[in-house]
Design a protein around this ligand. Structure first.
Ligand code: AGP
Length: 615
């Protein structure tokens, strides 16, 4: 999904916008553009490729303008070309806009505008917005803000946008519906920073306003922010102070954000676990859990909705909650759930799991569940994100900013939160006795150190990865709670190295995938859970019997499976039900090294974006 950034103030806008774009590039990176505004003139540059390609085409001169908007794109309508890059002009070039989202009714609107003589330079849906604003501004004495409102009232779909007009050059207007948008407040309203999230803004201010759906804000220097809805009705807003600083959004000594985030896990898991579990007392704490506990334990059903890696956490949550709390759980792909007219009951508890808290399908599925009267519980990593603000309850994973498109530390933090919730629910409905609960809390407290120990195998895993740079396909197998981890390992390899990979429950192999096995197809087996150990060993033998190469993730001191396997990655022993957090580490590292050694851009894999804010 695209990233938008804007500035109006006293400083030169150009460096703020370019640096902001670089910070947002994880959201989309196939083309970029900038518009600088002064004295009724716009200076617009846009180019296909990365922000660095955009910089190359911008004249190396001092850009004195103190107002501007910019955009980094993830193409939805129209190929990633400089023509389709944002900002987009209106026909008269009096108005420019940058937009993140999808206008679903852009075709009929475009056809009508063309009939009325408006011209279009690109294949994008966005150009319709700016021409609509122009059309409305021509209807008699209409202010810039009114024209924007009128245009927005005709749009179906999602948008976060920033727009400038030559007619009212001292105003920057922003609006949001569906796609996230934050406004950073400068001292005494002397300047304003706008962006798709807090990351490009934190360098300048930590006081932010998060716009809600159908809200419009008019930003003018030295004037208080005015927020209204698209019909002009005033809206109140909260200023949130966010604890985020520059170190959190830079790579530090690491070559890639993904590697940094993998190595941050001992700290991020400590932050997450000890934000919800007392260091010494066996007390599990979640904001509002007191009120929710009874409902949770009496729930007839827990529905978990999510996408991608968060969906894998959801599957692990199913094993955890059903095992420890004996409450039935159903895990749903949010994109399917929201459209299949699912049965959602008032006494259902719906967990929406999302790192970004902005994934369009998960947000919509959560809203649908809420409309059906269910209680919604968001598990998010981004403070102030839409899901966190709209859910009835929110539990944060304190994994810090995750910039690498491939989710790693957020995944393990999600599992830590789900483990704590399952233990709390199991205690609440008296199916988990104090002895077992205490044991699990003790094990959880060890996890950060066990992950740190596993990370020491970094160099070994790098050497192993080197052997698999030429494979074209990979099979990942796991059993029980490690099956979803196998899915996650396969997803990571796919999304950053572009090697086709499939995760499967190991026992399912005999029902099809085993046909693919030969010398060329390596199989990675997660063989750490004691409960299924013998069965896992047989699965490895079945692969070996077909001349397949076996890489196994095993516990320290493992013997049988290691003897059968061609290669092993070892982790310290952890009780079965908490293994996914530790097993994920070698799988993430393995995929990272394969991708890096194949020369892939692991932080910005092709065709992907960090938070999918459109359908
Ligand atoms: C994971 O590496 C991917 N980036 C992607 O599958 C991601 O998990 C998915 O888009 C869900 O994102 P969310 O957790 O922010 O909702």
């Amino acid at each position: 999904m695209c990233g938008i950034v804007g500035y109006i103030g006293l400083r030169k806008a150009y460096p703020i916008l370019i640096e902001g774009l670089k910070r947002l590039e994880y959201r989309g990176y196939d083309s970029a553009g900038i518009a600088l505004s002064s004295e009724n003139a716009f200076e617009v540059y846009k180019e296909a490729g990365k922000v660095s390609d955009l910089e190359k085409i911008i004249p190396d001169k001092e850009h004195l303008q103190t107002i501007g908007i910019a955009h980094t794109r993830w193409a939805t309508h129209g190929e990633p070309t400089s023509q389709n890059a944002h900002p987009h002009y209106s026909s008269s070039k009096d108005i420019v806009v940058v937009h993140n989202g999808i206008i679903e009714n852009f075709m009929p609107l475009k056809r009508r505008l063309i009939k009325e003589g408006y011209t279009f330079q690109s294949d994008t849906d966005t150009e319709v917005i700016v021409n609509l604003i122009e059309k409305e501004s021509k209807k008699g004495r209409v202010s810039f803000e009114e024209a924007v409102n009128k245009a927005l009232q005709q749009l179906h779909g999602a948008y976060a946008l920033a727009v400038l007009s030559k007619k009212e050059p001292e105003k920057l207007i922003v609006a949001r519906k569906g796609s996230p948008l934050a406004i950073g407040l400068g001292k005494e309203y002397s300047e304003f920073f706008i962006a798709s999230d807090a990351i490009p803004i934190v360098e300048y201010t930590q006081d932010l306003i998060y716009l809600n759906d159908n809200e419009v804000a008019v930003l003018e220097r030295n004037k208080k922010v005015v927020v209204k809805d698209i019909y002009g009705k005033s809206k109140s807003y909260k200023v949130k102070h966010i604890e985020l600083d520059n170190n959190m959004v830079t790579k530090g000594e690491y070559e890639h954000f993904m590697l940094k985030e993998i190595f941050e896990q001992p700290d991020t898991l400590s932050n997450t676990i000890f934000s919800h579990l007392d260091e010494k007392e066996n007390i599990i704490y979640f904001e509002g859990l007191g009120k929710l506990k009874k409902q949770l334990s009496e729930a007839k059903r827990i529905l978990i909705i999510a996408c991608g890696t968060s969906w894998h956490s959801g599957l692990i949550g199913e094993y955890l909650i059903e095992e420890l709390a004996r409450v039935p759980v159903e895990v749903e792909y949010a994109s399917e759930f929201r459209y299949r007219n699912p049965i959602v009951r008032k006494d259902d508890i719906v967990f929406a799991i999302s790192q970004s808290g902005e994934t369009a399908d998960t947000l919509a599925a959560m809203r649908y569940s809420k409309e059906q009267g269910a209680t919604t519980f968001a598990i998010c990593n981004v403070y102030g994100s839409s899901m966190a603000r709209e859910a009835d309850f929110v539990a944060y994973t304190y994994a810090g900013v995750e910039i690498g498109v491939a989710s790693t530390k957020a995944f393990t933090a999600q599992i830590a939160v789900l483990s704590l919730l399952a233990i709390a629910m199991g205690q609440e409905n008296k199916v988990l006795d104090m002895k077992k609960a205490t044991f699990l809390m003790k094990e959880l407290r060890k996890i950060p150190k066990l992950v740190a120990k596993t990370l020491e195998k970094d160099a070994e895993i790098e050497r192993l990865a080197k052997k698999f740079l030429d494979v074209t396909s990979f099979l990942y197998l796991g059993r029980g709670i490690n099956f979803p981890v196998a899915l996650e390992g396969a997803l990571k390899l796919k999304e950053i190295s572009y090697i086709h990979a499939e995760g499967y429950p190991a026992a399912e192999m005999k029902h099809g995938p085993i046909a693919m096995i030969d010398e060329k197809l390596p199989t990675l087996i997660v063989g750490t859970n004691e409960m299924y150990y013998e069965k896992i060993v047989s699965n490895a033998q079945e692969v070996k019997a077909r001349k397949g190469t076996v890489i196994s993730v095993v516990n320290e001191g493992d013997k049988q499976l290691s003897d059968i396997s061609d290669y092993v990655m070892t982790i310290p022993k952890v009780t079965d039900i908490l293994q996914p957090i530790v097993v994920a580490v070698p799988l993430h590292l393995f995929s990272y090294y394969v991708a890096v050694m194949k020369g892939c851009n692991v932080d910005q894999p092709r065709n992907l974006a960090k938070s999918v804010t459109v359908e």
